[in-house]
Design a protein around this ligand. Structure first.
Ligand SMILES: Cc1cc2nc3c(=O)[nH]c(=O)nc-3n(C[C@H](O)[C@H](O)[C@H](O)COP(=O)(O)O)c2cc1C
Length: 128
């Protein structure tokens, strides 16, 4: 199965998760800040995003619009600070909007770049 991690990270937290997933799974990695990648030929995309003013960045929305129908399997991971206990619901809503069944949310109340290690390990162990 050919995988890619595709992500947008303005402040660095999503990148921490993206790096770990790519390392654990051997997936290729594409930062949407470098432009929209050509992901034809990939079977599984791990899509990562932060939430800014209630929404993922435009490059994430554009990537999904352009590729969701072409990719067999897409998973979503989200990092946001202000969602608090509403983070899981917010992530599920976003996943539904994107047509993605598998979604994970990282709450980071303390720091802009602080991804809980135990949750990250558990998530990654479910992907490999
Ligand atoms: C300008 C700005 C707006 C934000 N808006 C939201 C928001 O509406 N909801 C939320 O939960 N987090 C919000 N955040 C927090 C980010 O989603 C959070 O820091 C996330 O981890 C960013 O991912 P990144 O570090 O990969 O960029 C905002 C952060 C910034 C800088």
């Amino acid at each position: 199965m050919k995988r890619a991690v595709v992500f947008s990270s303005k402040l660095g937290s999503v990148k921490v998760i993206a790096d770990r997933i790519a390392e654990a799974t051997g997936a290729d990695k594409f930062d949407l800040a470098d432009g929209a990648p050509d992901v034809s030929g990939y079977d599984w995309i791990h899509l990562g995003s932060g939430i800014y003013m209630g929404n993922p960045p435009k490059e994430v929305q554009d990537f999904v619009a352009a590729n969701r129908d072409k990719i067999d399997r897409m998973s979503l991971f989200v990092a946001c600070t202000l969602c608090g206990t509403r983070g899981d619901g917010m992530t599920r809503t976003l996943a539904k909007r994107f047509g993605i069944a598998d979604a994970m949310y990282y709450d980071k109340p303390e720091s802009q770049v602080n991804v809980p290690e135990s949750k990250l390990e558990e998530y990654i162990s479910g992907l490999v």
